[in-house]
Every structure is written in C-alpha cells, then in structure tokens.
Design a protein. Structure first.
Length: 202
C-alpha cells in the first residue's frame, strides 16, 4: 500500500489549526458571477472540471468557501494540470486546505526531509516510483495554485520548484544506491576507493 502524501508525516504545519476555511459537501454549482468573469471558452472548461471533481469525490471534498471557490475557478481556468490532478486525486486538495499547506510557505529543507522519509518505506523500485509521482503531483499542485492565486511571489515559486526537483532526485538516487549496495556491494574504482552513483542527465 503506497502511503498517501497527506498522511500525518506531511501534516506537520503549525498553521493548520488556524485555517478558517472548510471542506464539506456542496451540492450547488459554481457561483455564476465568478464564472461570468471568464471568457466563454474558459467558462465551459472550468464548469467541466468542477463537475468532474464533484463526481470523483462524491461531493465529500468540494470546497465550501467563497474565497477559495473563486480561487479554484481562476486557477483551474489557467491550469488544466491542476484541475485534472484534483479530479484524479480528489482528496488531495481537501488535504492541502485542511492542513493549511496551501496557505503557507515551505521551510528550508522541508522537501528533502519529507521525501527522504517517505521513500524509506518503499519496498522496491515500483513503489518508489509511485511515491515519487504522488509526492511530486501534490507539491506541483500546491506550487501552481499558490502561483496562480498570487499567494506566493516569484522568488518562492522558483525556489520551491528547484528545491522539489533537487530533493526528489537526491532522495531517489540515495535510496537506489542503498538497495544496489546491499545487493551488489559498494562500487569502487581501480584503487579501491568507494564510488557513489550520480545523475549525468535527465
């Protein structure tokens, strides 16, 4: 069973209890006033995303907060990736909201610490890949949302993107190195010096 990135390991943000918004069943459609502010083509796209999200979540994870609903409209209008990710994993957005992570910056070293700890639970390369994909999708949705809703400035966004990429590559490489060393021994050069694995290109 692959751990969901919203488990207690990831919910260490002290701001979570301060968040005023809520996530609950919301049977009504989107606010027509908010939708009408979009170009017609984008109105249809957002309404379709919203319908798919409610259907995927059975109404249990739909935002019931006016400000966040407005943000969702604008973010989903600008990013099919964010909208489709929320449809594929409907509990993810609810978790980002309820934990307060959607509204706060990541402290330095957060990405490296959390992905390293998550990958330690992987039983093999397939599970490692699944954990990486879920973690990356969750964080990319969070970063994109904060960017498009103007909750974060350019420095934070670019910094988070770089930190996320570095942490995922380093943590995956480190876990693979440990597994290969256990199976094949520590690689060494001709003089017997231990050698580490490196990423030459992506």
């Amino acid at each position: 069973m692959v751990p969901w990135p919203g488990d207690p390991l990831l919910q260490s943000n002290p701001l979570a209890k301060k968040v005023k918004c809520k996530v609950s069943i919301h049977q009504a459609g989107l606010d027509t006033r908010i939708i009408s502010e979009l170009p017609e083509l984008l109105q249809e796209r957002v309404e379709r995303h919203w319908h798919d999200y409610r259907k995927a979540s059975d109404g249990a994870s739909v935002i019931d907060d006016a400000q966040l609903t407005g943000e969702a409209v604008r973010v989903w209008a600008a990013s099919d990736f964010v909208a489709q990710s929320c449809v594929r994993a409907p509990g993810m957005l609810a978790d980002l909201i309820s934990s307060g992570e959607l509204f706060s910056s990541r402290p330095e070293g957060w990405y490296r610490e959390h992905i390293t700890r998550l990958l330690e639970s992987a039983s093999g390369e397939q599970e490692l890949g699944e954990i990486l994909r879920r973690f990356r999708r969750r964080e990319m949705v969070r970063i994109a949302w904060r960017d498009l809703s103007r909750r974060a400035d350019l420095n934070e966004i670019t910094g988070d993107l770089s930190s996320l990429a570095d942490a995922c590559i380093d943590a995956a490489l480190g876990q693979l190195y440990r597994w290969h060393r256990e199976q094949w021994g520590t690689p060494a050069d001709r003089s017997g010096q231990a050698q580490s694995m490196v990423v030459l290109g992506m």
